[in-house]
Write a protein that binds this ligand. Structure first.
Ligand SMILES: CCCN1C[C@@H](O)[C@H](O)[C@@H](C(=O)O)C1
Length: 600
């Protein structure tokens, strides 16, 4: 677990310099890099944009599909003025694992391709001079790492991944790299929880520092007026006439933490924007500020042409424009934590998000669907190591995202095999160990596949609300059989109703692959008309069951997957194309969702 995952800020005590741009890059298929001294830096290889996945920049298939070790290198200058500061390199994400070297010295390693980590380089840098940072990355998949898959070796000796998941194994420095200078004594973390008292609110906080200097915390409104202050590493800020953060009606305060007893020359200052709101599950309702909400939105991917899985602010801005246009209010970060900037935008736009760890592919049937074996996933030699990494990434996810008002819930798995008795002890461990991580005690949940129903799943006591992924009309009862698909879905909902479902149910995946521009009257599968028929069918069912409190269609946009006989250059279930243009279904949802209140 990382010591500090605060997002970088720049002020009189802290600097944040992004090392984005062109780095040197090369593959290391024969693992010769270490022996050849690549950790000291290199000028050969190719130039590679950061942040970006490396895959789509190549024109040969062996390079695009490369699996194994790869190396990045670049120089960076450390000014003499940085002497006496703590120096860190913060990697927002390296997929799927990395070892960091500075001036040839190994600093640290990190496992997990979707969460940040910081390397303390204070002892390795030369001041007033150029330095060299080298990243040794690896993108192999295994059953003991997240996301789950296999790595095979072809007869020609080349490695190849066999993902147990339906998104492309884009790899590399997918997010920004920051050079940070920080005060030796500083803020490492902070927490906030909220109590609403009529028009007023209490912001309970804690601050973690690495020293004993006194701490002062203040809260300023959107106009910059300080509305509350408090002393101490723990305390309460009393806010009169609090302006609450609400769904699609956001309001953000600025929290300022000052370390040191002289306000004029603080030892450290950290600022962040927070939203005052509460989240609660009550019966089959999801409450924000004690008001029931209904989730309208999408499963998404961080995926776009050229950048691959890398965070691209242009794409993110466009995606939010589309989600606001269509009348959405939420999304799931399927199937991995997204770049922190996504959560900041969601905070500002008043979107709710379900924050998901990359615990995807924990189901051999899915592996079989994508080429794996058919056996119990929760009974194998990989389980011990997998669990260690799984709970480590849950801890870091909550540590990183716990202060975002947009985070509604934590998704601890996507479509694990919950029919398998062996799943129960694993789930108990994960839910026990994650219980107290979030000071705001947000709901914890996971998605249930078509196999995992109220009759077959062995772990339905664990989630705080249910997330269902269902595909009648596509993976079964497709085409003219869709009427059987609707009847079967209603049968299942009737069973949930009869069983006396006591928690909210959110549909987090449903849809149909659709080739943009393909039309037929009457429809056939893959046409835009058919996608609308499927989504209308689901809408009819959602409208008939009051315990259903959300519809997040799969997917916002078409996205890249492994190649195969079930994918036409990727997954085409997007409501928008991969270059973010609307299919007919976009206008269906624009009409359906904009008739409703923004938060219901
Ligand atoms: C296999 C059912 C789960 N679901 C997972 C998601 O990642 C896939 O993209 C989606 C699909 O097949 O379109 C299915």
């Amino acid at each position: 677990m990382e010591t500090s995952l605060l997002y970088p800020v720049t002020n009189d005590q802290r600097t944040d310099q992004k090392l984005d741009g062109l780095w040197r890059f090369k593959f290391d298929e024969t693992k010769q890099g270490a022996k050849a001294g690549w950790e000291t830096g290199f000028h050969d290889g190719v130039s590679m944009p950061v942040p970006a996945s490396f895959n789509d920049f190549f024109t040969d298939k062996d390079s695009r599909e490369y699996t194994g070790d790869f190396w990045y290198s670049r120089k960076f200058f450390v000014p003499s003025a940085a002497k006496g500061k703590a120096l860190f390199l913060r990697f927002d994400a390296v997929t799927h694992r990395a070892t960091i070297f500075v001036n040839g010295k190994e600093i640290r390693s990190h496992e997990g391709g979707f969460l940040p980590f910081a390397a303390d380089i204070s002892s390795a840098v030369h001041y007033g001079a150029e330095n060299t940072v080298v990243v040794k990355g690896n993108n192999e998949l295994s059953r003991e790492a997240l996301p789950a898959g296999d790595t095979i070796t072809l007869r020609n000796g080349k490695k190849m991944v066999r993902p147990f998941f339906d998104f492309y194994n884009y790899s590399g420095l997918n997010r920004s790299v920051h050079l940070l200078t920080l005060p030796q004594e500083r803020v490492l973390d902070y927490t906030t929880t909220f109590e609403l008292n009529g028009q007023d609110a209490t912001v309970n906080y804690t601050v973690t520092t690495n020293g004993d200097a006194p701490v002062t915390v203040s809260l300023a409104d959107a106009d910059g007026q300080v509305v509350a202050t408090a002393q101490g590493k723990e305390g309460a800020l009393q806010v009169k006439n609090a302006h609450l953060w609400q769904v699609r009606n956001a309001y953000l305060y600025t929290l300022t933490i000052q370390v040191g007893d002289d306000a004029e020359t603080p030892v450290d200052t950290y600022t962040d924007r927070i939203g005052i709101r509460t989240i609660r599950i009550s019966g089959t309702n999801i409450l924000v500020n004690d008001k029931p909400i209904y989730l309208k939105g999408f499963g998404r991917h961080e995926d776009s042409p050229f950048a691959g899985r890398a965070f691209d602010l242009n794409v993110e801005k466009k995606d939010f424009a589309l989600m606001k246009w269509i009348g959405a209010n939420s999304f799931r970060t399927s199937h991995y934590p997204y770049d922190e900037q996504v959560y900041k935008i969601a905070d500002e736009e008043g979107f709710l998000l379900t924050d998901e760890v990359p615990a995807v592919g924990f189901k051999m049937a899915a592996a079989a669907f994508l080429g794996g074996l058919n056996q119990s996933f929760f009974k194998g030699p990989w389980l011990k190591k997998l669990h260690e990494r799984h709970i480590d990434q849950i801890r870091d996810l909550v540590k990183r995202d716990k202060n975002h008002p947009s985070v509604l819930a934590w998704s601890l798995f996507n479509e694990p095999d919950t029919v398998d008795e062996n799943a129960v002890p694993y789930f108990k461990q994960i839910f026990d160990e994650s219980k107290d991580l979030d000071p705001q005690s947000r709901p914890r949940t996971f998605t249930l596949s078509e196999d995992d129903t109220i009759e077959t799943s062995k772990v339905l006591d664990f989630p705080d609300f249910y997330m269902l992924n269902r595909y009648p009309g596509w993976y079964h009862f497709g085409g003219h059989q869709i009427s059987d698909g609707e009847a079967g879905l209603r049968d299942e909902m009737d069973k949930w109703q009869k069983a006396g479902v006591t928690k909210p149910v959110v549909f987090t995946e449903f849809g149909a692959d659709t080739e943009a521009g393909l039309h037929k009257l009457p429809s056939v599968m893959w046409t835009e008309e058919y996608q609308v028929e499927v989504l209308k069918m689901f809408s009819r069912v959602f409208d008939d069951y009051d315990f259903i409190k959300g519809e997040q269609v799969w997917n916002l946009a078409d996205f890249q997957t492994v190649e195969g006989n079930m994918r036409v250059n990727g997954n085409k279930k997007g409501i928008f194309t991969r270059d973010r243009q609307p299919k007919e279904a976009a206008f269906f949802y624009h009409d359906r969702w904009n008739k409703l209140p923004l938060d219901y």
